[in-house]
Write a protein that binds this ligand. Sequence first.
Ligand SMILES: Nc1ncnc2c1ncn2[C@@H]1O[C@H](COP(=O)(O)OP(=O)(O)OP(=O)(O)O)[C@@H](O)[C@H]1O
Ligand SMILES: [Mg+2]
Length: 323
Amino acid sequence: MAGKFRFENIIGASEGLKSVLEKVEKIAIRDTSVLVTGESGTGKELIAQAIHYNSPRKEKRFVAINCGALPETILEGELFGYKKGAFTGAKENRAGLLEAADGGTLFLDEVGNLPMNVQKTLLRFLQEQEFLRLGDTKPTKVDVRVLSATNSDLKFAVKNGSFREDLYYRLNVVNIHLPPLRERRGDIPLLAAHFICLQNTKFGTKVKGLDSEAMAAITQYDWPGNIREVKNVIEASMAMASDEYLTLQVLAQFIEMPAEISAYFGEEPVEGDYSAAMARFEADYLKGLLARRSWNVEAAARDAGMNMATMYRKMKKYSLKKE
Ligand SMILES: Nc1ncnc2c1ncn2[C@@H]1O[C@H](COP(=O)(O)OP(=O)(O)OP(=O)(O)O)[C@@H](O)[C@H]1O
Ligand SMILES: [Mg+2]
């Protein structure tokens, strides 16, 4: 649909993710710097890409660099490029990533790891839109939008002096925070279904979903590695077994299941098609959450990453009542 924002590769229906996407939609078209924060594996790079591909810069490149992966001098050369003879080994002129991203977007991943020296040069670039290639005396001008991401507490880094405050404000004009998956558990079944689909295509398998026990387990599990961990666990499980439904027994090889889960959920196999299985699971899942919260609807809705109205609607749909 022309003119509409498209996030078809970003899965989730929780309030937490919805408000992130609303923000992405608003700021994508504004040419500001955005700092994406969140735990490892929550989708920071995916969101940075969504900003780029929904912006007027989308025809130009999205260039990503991990600021923590390279030694300082190499990082500088990569970012800013160099002139022939700038250092031993600089056999010819080389353009850096800033030039590669001209007209597009530069994504600074793990920006908290930027060495002080590079922070200084980057700040100057953000202020003047120009920089010096290493060994050069003539500035190079480019038009680049800078997005960055961190899973560390940059504010704390500013306080303890390892990150420049002025650079922090330049990068963090807008902040987008991705909540950890355990705070938007409602997204877990959707993500699992999504990764099963992707993996079916890759492996040529026909896995339909998870059995109810496995489904219950994955929504209770805390997923410290967040969405990346879901992806890995589904892939690993499907490499081990490609029965119609993934079982808890298979999944348990890859994640540490809380003990109470199998106790609450029975052993009966799931019957009916996928949507019936999902509905059955959802009813069980919400009932479990409500019970855990002593039927405090607000608290259970929060756990599920749903708003109260949705929770009430679903309680009615599945006739969930305190027994
Ligand atoms: N909402 C989502 N829908 C579908 N896939 C997602 C979603 N969020 C993240 N992913 C996938 O999960 C994986 C991890 O996401 P990503 O690399 O963006 O995380 P990250 O926050 O940058 O992690 P890290 O801090 O470890 O670099 C990727 O394969 C990404 O495509
Ligand atoms: Mg990342």
